[in-house]
Ligand binder design. Structure first.
Ligand SMILES: [Zn+2]
Length: 229
């Protein structure tokens, strides 16, 4: 499917959403605005948006104030760990500043939801590196759009003993793993990938904790995953 066709489809979908929204009758511009903004969130359709806004209207005003203050604070004040790009309130995240964790063992993940999912397993005591996405030519995401340079730089400085690729097993995940693997050629870094107890195409964050925990403990050398795929 060509890129132009995809763009066209996206535009048609957007137009349909706008038309559907326009069909909703609002007796208040304020309500309409609130519902519209809420419906911009992923997974929130206009009906759900309306239900949420009406719910908030029934609650004491402090609830809406707390919600809006929390969202503003998270947007304005939260930062990314300068070492691993995990989300953090301070320069170095809690994981990177914990001396009990092995800084030479790096688990490479797509985003912070994966860090949370793996942390919940309690099976991993190394550090992470959050890429901020996956290479996806179809969506126009190239290696330069991700936190890959910092990762390779760390490897070149001899700071990494083993790198575990823990991206979701999709085509984009595999492409990203392979790109990083190629960048590591000539460096003394052991590479492994999480065992595929996780079904192909599954997102990492949806895997149950036991499965995900085992898949990290039973990780396999990355080269082996290339031979089987
Ligand atoms: Zn960190």
């Amino acid at each position: 499917m060509g890129r132009i066709e995809i763009n066209f489809r996206c535009k048609v979908r957007k137009l349909k959403t706008l038309c559907n929204f326009a069909l909703m009758e609002f007796s208040s511009k304020l309500l309409e605005n609130a519902v519209y903004e809420m419906s911009q969130l992923p997974g929130i359709g206009r009906r759900t948006a309306l239900r949420l806004v009406l719910h908030l209207m029934k609650q004491p005003p402090e609830q809406s104030e707390r919600l809006s203050a929390a969202l503003t604070a998270v947007r304005e004040q939260i930062r990314f760990c300068t070492n691993c790009f995990n989300i953090s309130d301070v320069e170095l995240c809690e994981i990177c500043s914990n001396p009990k964790r092995d800084e030479s063992l790096i688990c490479v993940v797509e985003d912070i939801r994966d860090v949370m999912a793996i942390e919940n397993t309690g099976q991993f005591l190394g550090h992470y590196h959050v890429l901020g996405g996956k290479i996806s030519p179809i969506e126009g995401v190239g290696p330069q759009d991700l936190n890959i340079t910092a990762l390779i730089e760390k490897a070149k400085q001899g700071k990494i003993g083993e790198m575990i690729f823990a991206l979701s097993p999709t085509m984009e995940g595999d492409t990203t793993n392979f790109y990083i693997y190629k960048q590591l050629q000539g460096l003394e870094v052991k590479t492994s990938t999480i065992a595929r107890g996780i079904a192909v195409g599954d997102e990492l964050e949806y895997a149950d904790e036991v499965t995900l925990g085992r898949s990290i403990l039973n990780r396999i050398p990355f080269e082996n995953s290339l031979k089987t795929s």
